[in-house]
Design a protein around this ligand. Structure first.
Ligand SMILES: Nc1ncnc2c1ncn2[C@@H]1O[C@H](COP(=O)(O)OP(=O)(O)OP(=O)(O)O)[C@@H](O)[C@H]1O
Length: 341
């Protein structure tokens, strides 16, 4: 027999459970919203399987690119790897064959692209015009009026305040690039795309451009900068995307890069086929071969023991040494080695 108090406690249990369930649903809902918010604010560029096909060739091949707000993203790849085409697709200068893209967390790309500044291939300067007028021309093209103050600020920002009246044709390449960067900034973009801006610059020009990138980053501008030379970007980029033959081989933060770079045992031998067999029999798994030179990356590998094993197998070891793999070499390996084409 059930009493009134049993019924009341049954009801209250029922309501408590129902409230618990609702609270849990609410919690999931809120955390999903938070994640969505983080996602939307986190990634400024996110591509999904982005592809460009010319003829039968995917020159950009199903790439998933992730660029976070506020970072300098070094887009690294050899000539012809697909960097320019990717940047052009982001800027809407080339239309993708397939794939998707989100800019600023939105698929309203037309709207989002208003927040992007672009310097692809060359700055598009009018050589007979001075620096001031080149920027003014860009302002006029974008319908920006009363631009005097802005132009002066931009010239100062890129370190060309003393060259305002100098004709662009008399500029050094570095000055032209900095003027080009200034012109990407006239619409106050949140993201700028710079295609190989460092190409051909002298060391002084490189330093000036790198300093400018850091200044822009401090102002909250996200930068995607492509290059075929890692060295130039390794000092400033927060994250790298490595592209080879249209495929995004890897995306890696600078911190991850340092964890990944490791020491190699470099062994030079006379008989490479036999040496490779000895290394494999010895349990070495992580190594790379360049003709008669082997690079062993196994952390536990012991150079003395490897040497003994090789010599006992009748192989002449002309040199064995350890070598820190520099970042450049690591990238070359990621891109498919020195002989990669
Ligand atoms: N309009 C086009 N028609 C046909 N092929 C093209 C076209 N544009 C680019 N390509 C080819 O696509 C490949 C990728 O070119 P892309 O310019 O994107 O490479 P990249 O990494 O920027 O190299 P680079 O620094 O030499 O410009 C190259 O093989 C190039 O020849």
């Amino acid at each position: 027999m059930t009493t009134d108090s049993d019924e009341i406690s049954g009801f209250s249990m029922f309501f408590k459970k129902a409230i618990d369930i609702k609270l849990r649903e609410l919690y999931y809902c809120i955390s999903n919203l938070i994640q969505l918010g983080e996602f939307m604010s986190d990634y400024i560029v996110r591509t999904k399987s982005l592809t460009k096909t010319y003829g039968r060739r995917n020159v950009v091949d199903h790439i998933n690119m992730h660029v976070k707000r506020g970072e300098i993203y070094g887009f690294i790849g050899r000539n012809g790897a697909g960097k320019t085409t990717t940047l052009k697709m982001i800027a809407n200068l080339v239309s993708p064959t397939s794939g998707e893209m989100e800019l600023f967390g939105s698929t309203d790309l037309k709207q989002a692209r208003k927040k992007i500044g672009v310097l692809i291939e060359n700055p598009g300067l009018y050589p007979a015009m001075n620096a001031y007028d080149n920027i003014k021309m860009k302002c006029l093209m974008l319908g920006i009026e009363n631009s005097d103050k802005k132009i002066k600020e931009l010239l100062e920002l890129v370190g060309l305040q003393n060259a305002a009246n100098k004709k662009a044709k008399n500029f050094s390449l570095g000055m032209k690039q900095r003027l080009g960067v200034a012109m990407t900034l006239v619409n106050d973009p949140e993201l700028i795309l710079l295609d190989e801006p460092i190409n051909g610059l002298d060391p002084q020009g490189i330093v000036e451009l790198r300093d400018l990138f850091l200044k822009l980053q401090q102002r909250g501008i996200t930068i995607i900068v492509s290059s075929h030379i890692l060295e130039e970007l390794s000092k400033i980029a927060n994250r790298f995307g490595v592209i080879a033959s249209g495929k995004l081989i890897r995306e890696v933060t600078t911190e991850e890069l340092h964890t990944l770079s490791h020491t190699a045992i470099v062994i030079e031998v006379d008989k490479e086929v036999e040496a490779k067999k000895v290394l494999m029999d010895f349990g070495i798994e992580d190594f790379r071969q360049d003709k008669q030179t082997f690079f062993v990356f196994d952390k536990d590998a012991n150079p003395g023991k490897i040497n003994t094993a090789l010599v006992q197998a009748g192989i002449e070891v002309s040199s064995i040494r350890t070598q820190d793999e520099d970042i450049e070499t690591m990238f070359i390996n990621m891109m498919g080695g020195a002989n990669y084409v």
